[in-house]
Design a protein around this ligand. Structure first.
Ligand SMILES: [Zn+2]
Length: 443
């Protein structure tokens, strides 16, 4: 699932390659601005990069991984895919990657590209009153003004993500009576503008409640449009009921052949009931397996260890993923337990600068670093594995140290990082020097 390219990416890529272009002409000029100093030497549909550092295995002392082995390679990319991984040739006529480490490009799996102050003047979040409902009232006031700049701000935010190594985002997009479908339409303009350099999937997000405000008619409309997931938010707190909004979300997803990604901040009994309710619905409708997600899902952090394990097992069986922020403070999410049971875990910046908070840096590598700090992933092996939070589960090496990325015919989505190995990149949040999206150098 993690390695599948989305339908939109596939279409974008096909359109692109059918034009016979190996790199977008508009991107050539951007390439020159890349800080890496990587120069553009592209011809035809094949791009070649020399002096590319790739991980090749682990070095052991006894049974302990003490270092990561790397080597330099010549990498060929044809029509957006890796076409050959060859021994390095410093004399080759190719773009010089200068020994930078190539890793799978990063994915921001939870962000709101449609409503942000990023790109505008600094503004801290206001004091909160009346919980989520207070925030809904605030949004009803400020969204009409924010929509005026939302396309421009989304473009700037996408550029920030690219500069931090993300070539893909799953963005929630407000669908409610205040924004109607405008938030979605404005974001689609931005994404269309970036379609050759950035991939995205969209969650139609009834932020103001499906029934608390009259959002269902707009959600029905949005579900027929070019979105990928049906969203939701705290059914019990916002809509006053679990079954009715959850059944509506499930029906919208099934009727329109979409996935599901629900914001769940509720950390008490209603939160647990909502998780269990969703697990049951997905088991009844196996077509939803592998494409249903809970974002945040803070309740998991509040459960006793035994209960955490039980729910993690059930989530894994139902193939429901968790899109987790990495919260510090009083709440610690049981991410190691989720991994232990094989639950798909992703993360994102959520907010960069908006009225919810202003803490997102744009980097999901930083989230992997936070995870490593929080759970004590301090050794070479655990730091190496922690990279998967940034890449959404694609890693250059297997647990045993076998090389598994990049392989011939993999889509050429990659970053060049100033680090000697993944463990260093995670531990030091090493600088991203270049981003390749479907073979195009876009940063
Ligand atoms: Zn969110």
């Amino acid at each position: 699932m993690a390695t599948n390219i989305s339908r939109k990416d596939f279409i974008r890529n096909s359109v692109y390659t059918s034009l016979g272009l190996g790199i977008a002409p508009t991107l050539l000029s951007q390439t020159a601005h890349a800080e890496s100093g990587v120069s553009s030497a592209l011809a035809g549909t094949t791009t070649r990069l020399k002096n590319v550092r790739l991980e090749t295995g682990f070095e052991y002392e006894g049974d302990e991984v003490v270092a990561t082995k790397t080597d330099l390679f010549l990498v060929e990319i044809t029509d957006g895919k890796f076409s050959a991984i060859l021994p390095n040739n410093p004399q080759a006529k190719a773009i010089d990657a200068k020994g930078l480490l190539m890793l799978p490009s990063f994915k921001d799996m939870h962000i709101h590209l449609d409503k942000t102050n990023y790109g505008g003047p600094w503004k801290a979040a206001r004091r909160r009153t009346n919980g989520v409902k207070g925030m809904i009232a605030l949004e009803q006031q400020i969204l009409p003004e924010m929509l005026k700049t939302s396309t421009d701000h989304a473009l700037k935010m996408i550029e920030l993500l690219q500069s931090c190594g993300s070539g893909f985002a799953r963005s929630h997009v407000n669908i409610e009576p205040t924004s109607k479908l405008d938030s979605l339409k404005h974001l689609q303009i931005a994404l269309d503008n970036k379609k050759n350099s950035f991939g995205a999937e969209l969650v139609a997000f009834p932020q103001h409640g499906l029934f608390y405000t009259d959002s269902l008619p707009w959600m029905n409309e949005a579900a027929k449009m070019d979105i990928d997931f049906i969203g939701g938010v705290d059914p019990y707190t916002v809509d006053g009921d679990i079954a009715k909004p959850m059944d509506t979300i499930v029906k919208l997803a099934l009727d329109n052949n979409k996935g599901i990604d629900i914001h769940l901040h509720e950390s008490g009994e209603s939160g647990l009931k909502t998780v269990e309710y969703l697990i049951d619905r997905v088991n009844e409708n196996p077509v939803l397996k592998g494409k249903t997600f809970l974002s945040h899902c803070y309740i998991l952090g509040k459960l006793e260890k035994v209960r955490q394990e039980e729910i993690a097992d059930k989530l894994a069986q139902a193939q429901i993923g968790i899109m987790s922020a990495i919260p510090f403070g009083g709440l610690i999410m049981p991410i190691p337990t989720l991994y232990k049971y094989g639950v798909v875990v992703g993360t994102g910046n959520d907010s960069i600068i908006d009225h919810w908070n202003t803490w997102g840096t744009g980097s999901v590598l930083q989230k992997a670093n936070l995870m490593a700090q929080l759970y004590g992933y301090s050794t070479e092996f655990y730091l190496n594995r922690a990279l998967k939070l940034a890449t959404y589960n694609i890693l250059p090496l297997t647990d045993k140290g076998q090389q598994q990325w990049p392989k011939k015919d993999d889509v050429a989505n990659a970053v060049l990082v100033q680090a000697s190995c993944s463990a260093e990149a995670v531990s030091r949040i090493s600088p991203v020097k270049s981003l390749l999206h479907q073979g195009n150098i876009v940063f």
